[in-house]
Design a protein around this ligand. Sequence first.
Ligand SMILES: C[S@@+](CC[C@H](N)C(=O)[O-])C[C@H]1O[C@@H](n2cnc3c(N)ncnc32)[C@H](O)[C@@H]1O
Length: 273
Amino acid sequence: MKEKSWNVTYPNGVIKYIDMFRKKYFQYPVFDKVVSKYIDSNSIIQCKKICSLGSGTGRHEVELAKLGYEVIGLERNEESLEIANKYIKQNNVNVQLHKCDFLKEDELDNVMAIVGKVDAVVLLLIPISISDYKKAAINMHKWINNGGVFIVDNFGYEDYINPNELKITSNCEVASDDDSYSLRINYYEYMNNIVNWDAIYLFYDEFGKLVMSRDHDILDIIPETQVNEILNLNTTKYKTLNSYRVNECTKYICPPYLYEYIIGWLKSDEEDF
Ligand SMILES: C[S@@+](CC[C@H](N)C(=O)[O-])C[C@H]1O[C@@H](n2cnc3c(N)ncnc32)[C@H](O)[C@@H]1O
């Protein structure tokens, strides 16, 4: 039985090091071109304004802005917001960030009342539960222009994997920037379409102290063919689009045994059409 909800939180001071690994292993410029293509080929309005839920350290947002979109990022983690704001400034792009928990409808509505309606919403690499995905889609529905889209990325098992077998695997990565480095030990446990991912970070902090910090994420594996029945979104409000397997990026962006795909919904309030 799956948990209904779980928290995505980070120990203090670790985001800077997590961001080094994001930069090194996740090919944002390549991935976001795929996202942009998906948005443009599936929306029935011209999408100019995008809202990104869980914008983290701003990497998707900067790439999407470079592709010409006006981008709004919603994020609740202060450290991430701080790093993202610096990164946006360095790149001199059109991205506005807001501190917001997108699962809290009142908080979200207050922020979106300032932002206004958007043409597309993206939820990329956010390890929340399926019911929270659904909640995010429902919460954002009224803030998407008709003919716009709501898009998420999901993981599915590679075809050669038996999803019913327990799998345990681990690996080790190193990333650095100009003045520091970090070692990351990843430990993955796969069972019942859930991946428990422990990432243990080892680094010297700004005071020269050796720190070991754990980030634990839970990923839902959603088989590509079952995404509709699992998410079960109201079909009069959202029309499901075809999914797209991301094969433009190297395999490093995924935990082992998984592939990544994008799926979206067209916002279609039947009454308004
Ligand atoms: C794994 S990170 C991914 C960040 C970014 N989307 C990327 O792909 O680089 C997930 C982010 O979602 C944020 N997050 C998770 N749940 C959230 C919520 N309910 N409201 C706002 N931010 C949330 C976390 O704080 C974290 O920054």
